[in-house]
Structure formats: structure tokens, C-alpha cells
Design a protein around this ligand. Sequence first.
Ligand code: BGC
Length: 528
Amino acid sequence: MYIVFLISSGVLHAVVCLHNRKFPPGFQFGAATSAYQIEGAWNVSDKGESICDRFSRDHPELITDKSNAEVACDSYRKWRVDIQAVQDLGLDFYRFSTAWTRLLPTGFSNEISKDGVNYYNNLINGLLEKNIKPIITLYHWDLPQRLQDLGGWTNPLIADWFEQYADVVFRLFGDRVKMWVTINEPLLMCDFNYNTGTLAPRIKDPDTATYLCTKHVLIAHAKAWRLYDRKYRHKYHGILSIANHVVWFDPLTPKHEDEAELAREYTVGRYAHPIYSKEGGWPKVIEQKMTEYSKKKGFPTSRLPAFTPEEIKLVRGSYDYFAINYYTSRLVRKALPGDEAAVFFDTGAPELGLTFIKDPNWPSGGHNFIPSYPKGLRSIISWLKQKYGNLHFFISENGYGNFDSGLDDYDRVEYFHQHLEQVLHSIHDDHANVTGFTAWTLMDNYEWLSGYTLRFGLYHVDFTNPERKRTPRASAHYIAKTVKKRTLETPVKKQHTQSQAQNGKSKTNVNLFCLLISVTVIVCTKYF
Ligand code: BGC
């Protein structure tokens, strides 16, 4: 009798452990790219000029390898190859962005490019033929230059222009595209761009432009969401979200928890609270700190522009799911004299008197801006769940960059493995409703200020070859296997590096843990 019980409890625990490594039914895997980073063909046909075209043409000296994206992965011509690449990985979806200037050459919706429409129709139809779900991002940083000349994201009219552009895209492709991202990473577009002035449109104005941009992005997103809701939802039944770049903040020591929470509200809450919270508007604590800081600096009003009651209503609830782009985390402490130069989520928030620190133990692939801290993904999902409820969470980007163009990218394999492990913890242990995972990126592409030197791709792209040949890396094989099995398995290792050894260790730990629990249950049952 006991023997039967012993065996069955052992089996039961093995089943639980196995279950915890499984992705739930319906969980979707995909990969993402963005128009400017892959398409090339920057001036083909009637395409208009974007701020990215202008920036890389005028300022090659600011790009690590002095390159531009005039050809990039040549996806404008190679869309069939891209679809094949997605299919070869067995992915459920492909997230790409439409280039505003390819569809609306002037930036305004009175002129629509036939070639632009053809290009995206081909891509969408080609994906659907292979049973791959297209997910469209309407805006991934490539603003029409003409709109920039009118003030870009600092001009409140941008919200209407974006809504008009969105209207065209919904009308053209909404019958076939059922999942949308309105705007990619306002944190980068507003905070990074206007704090550093390094990326297009190359305007450094941390005091004002950053926060005008923050507000206008939220209004633009909400207008597009409401438009879809009013005009298209009843016939197309799609879902929309904005993709937030979420950073997790741990306190440097337990006594810095208040500062860490402030950093979360400033960096994540500022873009999420107006949309996902019940009351809407800015997080109260941020509103208050920004008013105090602005006053101290001699501004008559807060630099964080107030929402009107109508705007609060417009933005609040403008979501169908929560798109999470997660790459990295930071440790937080109070700013000390000498930390003054802190800007943006990389090094701190002077407005709040916070300093952000990268834990030197987090591996980075040589790109120290986004060191890897997998646990941060689970923590930020828990935080969002606790703040805004158990929403429909969808990981719209997660990826690892390095300066190695080889195919044996076991560091990237490990990165994905460890992050997927955290996704499973979120699902099975925290009961978060996470429904999908997107690898950034399908293939090496134009990595903004790093040009072609920094690689994120599941596929290696040979940028010296006119054909821009794509070759799957070890990470592509790993993802393909995970998608096929829908279970997380410890990756096969070719070389036994130290970090891979840790991977092996974590699997052994899981097994040991299962064994230990089984034995404990057995002993308890027998003797108590
Ligand atoms: C952006 C991508 C970029 C990636 C790696 C993400 O935040 O959405 O465009 O390539 O980071 O830097």
C-alpha cells in the first residue's frame, strides 16, 4: 500500500515539475522587427523621408560603424525570405512595423502610396498563407520628417496626425490584422531621445520636450485606440495596446525600497498609469514630485503637463492588452552629490533625486546599456499585476545584443532560456495572465546608434553580401525547438562555458528540488 503511495506521490511531483516547464495551451511565440531597421529602400518609389533617414544620412559620424539603413536587411525586396525565416522557426506570429512615410509619403493621409500598400499587403498575405499571424506596430520611431519640422511629438497636433495615419492603416489591413501595437516604447522615444539628444530627431531638451512627448504619445495612442474601438472593432475584432519599455528597479539595499518604488512609478507608471489604472492620469506621487521640482527650478507650472479631465477620460482604459518590452533592470539609491549628470533610466532621474546602478554581475554581451537580469521580468509582471490587475500581458520584445556575428550564440540561447523560465514562473507561480513571447529580433538589423555592429538576431545577416543572406543561429534552433515542444528544456550546449554550466546547474537544482519534495512527502506520510 505504502509502496503504491510512494510511487504515485513521486510521480505526482514529477508531473507538477514538468507542468511548470510547460507553456499553457494557446501561448504564442513570435519574433519582431521594425520597418526602419530592416526594410531599406528608403527612397524607393514615392516613399517620404523620415527622421531616421535624415539623421543617419546627415550624421554618419554618430553611428558606430558610420553606416545607415538605406539597404539594411533589404526586406522591402526580401519579404518572402523573411516569411520563410519565420515559418522555419515554427513561430505563431511575426511582429513588424509599418513605415509611416512608406504609406503616407507626405506624413498626411491625403496621399496614400500604392507601392507602400502593395508591400504591406504582400507581407500580410504571405504570412497568412503560411498560417502566421501578423502583428503590426504602427509607429517604431520613424516619424515623417515633415511632421518633425512641425514640432514632431512636442506638438499636440501630432495626436491627430497619428490618428489619421492609424485610420488609413486600420482601413487597409484591419480585415486581416487582428493584433496591433500603436506606438513602440515611448520611454525611448521621449525620455531617451530628448534627454540625450543622440538619436533622431537629435534634439536635447530634457526639461520640456521629454514631458510634452510623454503626454502627446499617450493622447495619440488613446485616439488611435478609440478610433479603432468606434469604427473597426465591430467588424474586425482586433486588439490594441501601446508597447511599453518596462524596466525593473530593485533597491540597492533594503533601505532604498521607497526610492525603487519611485523609480518604477516614474519610468513605468508614468506611461502605464494613465492608461491602465482605474483613476487614470499621472501617478500621484510623480505628479507631486514633478510640481515640486519644477517650482524649485523656477518654472511657473509643472514640466509634466497636466491632463484635462476629458484627456484623463480619453486615455484611461484605452487598451485591450498590456504589451511588455523587457530587456533590463537597475538598482536604485538616493542620488548623492556628484551624481548630477544622471539622465533617463540608464543612470538616474535627477527630478526625483534618484541614481540607477547596473549590477556589475549582470552579463551584458558587451552592450552595457541593457545588462541581463531575467528575474526582473517576473518582478515587473508581478508589479504590473498588483498595480493594474491581472491584465492580458503579452511580451512584445525581449532580446540580447552582442558584438559577435557568429552563429554559435550560446549566450543569447541562455538569455532567452532564462527569461522564458521567468515567464513560466509568472504564469505558474504568480498566476499572471501572460499569453505570448516575442523575441527581438528575427534577424540582425540596423541597431540605431550601433549600426550593424551590435547584433540581436536569431538569424545572422551577412551585410557584406548583396543578397543579405540570413542564416539561423543556435538561438534560432533553440527557439524553434521550444516552440515545437511548448516546453522549456535546458538548451543543448556545444561548449561548456561557465554561464552554461550555471544553466545545467539550474536544471539539476529543479530535479533535486522535485526529488527532495517527493522524499519529504514520503517521509511525512510514513512517520506522522
Ligand atoms: C527597440 C528596438 C531595438 C532594441 C535593441 C528595443 O527597445 O524596440 O528597436 O533594436 O531595443 O536595442
